[in-house]
Design a protein around this ligand. Structure first.
Ligand code: MTE
Length: 314
């Protein structure tokens, strides 16, 4: 399952990564004794010890402007409120997260509901996608994810004609996810997409990043990545996916509906009630840069919203 995207934005990771870093990373990936064979089913049983060797099929839209964020920043500056609200909290707190055994259930408006263990899911072919991540707070990163299209999983359960939306749910485990004992959000963390958004080839289920298994603080063992939407749509540590007839409730929208809508497409023209969304700061940079509509993926996704008022459907 190797997806090709014949757009102007196609290039290899070494074109957006400082060369020395690229070579050292490739050496690391290539040296992984249990690396996933290209196109392969030969994934190791203990995937936690593995690195990946997979084809890169995506890069950010503008190679001249986008440099891959150092792994250190992407793994120490996080939002994962189950482990506290500070940016540095998840890197330490999420060490408590138990990612085995781990099952995902896909149910609801489907012909073939499925519960699958993470190690079976890891046997599907993976690819690397380098995406921008734009947080609603005004910072951004560029991250090389490893994963597979969400559409592949959804096709497998055969959505019925009634399925119009897809609801996602994070693990509920207040003993280890101590943030779930607070009232910051209604737990478990939930998110949702319209079915056509979920089926879009850019929507990814990520199980790794930077050529390695996904660190706990980034949403291990499996998370959603929707690069044209604000980062909070990219729900971490997913245990349940339910296809629904109606728009599902989502954690941030429930908590502050005026501030966080269901769609949450990156939109520099619609300000957050408390701050502008016109610009962003790439983590590691001093200056701010202009935010791009749909985070720069408009050519591919704008048609999903034809005829919709995106100021109303924010
Ligand atoms: N998923 C869960 N379960 N809990 C969270 O607090 N935070 C979201 C999103 N997914 C969050 C979550 C937000 S606000 C952002 S910006 C991204 O994760 C951050 O992803 P990162 O920490 O891997 O950069």
């Amino acid at each position: 399952m190797l997806f090709k995207f014949p757009t102007a934005s196609q290039a290899r990771e070494d074109e957006v990564t400082p060369h020395g870093l690229y070579l050292s990373r490739r050496a690391l990936i290539g040296g992984g004794a249990a690396a996933l064979a290209l196109g392969g089913t030969a994934f190791p049983l203990d995937a936690r010890a593995a690195t990946f060797q997979v084809p890169t099929t995506r890069k950010p839209a503008d190679a001249a402007l986008d440099t891959v964020t150092p792994i250190k920043s992407a793994t120490t500056y996080n939002n994962f409120y189950e482990f506290g609200t500070g940016k540095a909290d998840p890197a330490d707190g999420a060490k408590a997260l138990r990612t085995r055994p781990w099952e995902i259930t896909i149910d609801g408006e489907v012909a073939k509901p499925l519960t699958i263990g993470i190690d079976d899911l890891l046997k599907v072919s993976m690819e690397e996608r380098i995406y921008r991540l734009r947080c609603v707070e005004g910072w951004s990163m560029v991250i090389p994810w490893i994963g597979f299209p969400l559409a592949e999983l959804l096709k497998r359960v055969e959505p019925t004609g009634n399925a119009k939306f897809v609801a996602f749910q994070t693990l509920m485990d207040p003993e280890r996810m101590y943030g779930q004992k607070s009232w910051v959000l209604e737990w478990p963390y939930t998110e949702g997409l319209r079915l056509d958004e979920a089926m879009h080839p850019l929507a990814l289920m990520a199980v790794g990043m930077y050529g390695e298994i996904l660190p706990n603080q980034n949403g291990a063992p499996i998370r959603l990545v929707v690069p044209w939407k604000y980062g909070f749509k990219s729900i971490k540590s997913v245990v349940k996916i339910t296809l629904t007839k109606t728009q599902p409730p989502t954690a941030w929208n429930r908590s502050q509906p005026r501030e966080y809508g269901f769609y949450s497409n990156v939109n520099p023209e619609v300000d957050h009630p408390r701050w502008s969304q016109a610009t962003e700061r790439r983590v590691g940079d001093f200056s701010r840069r202009k935010t791009l509509p749909f985070n720069g993926y408009g050519d591919e996704v704008a048609s999903l919203y034809t005829g919709m008022d995106l100021r109303v459907n924010y």
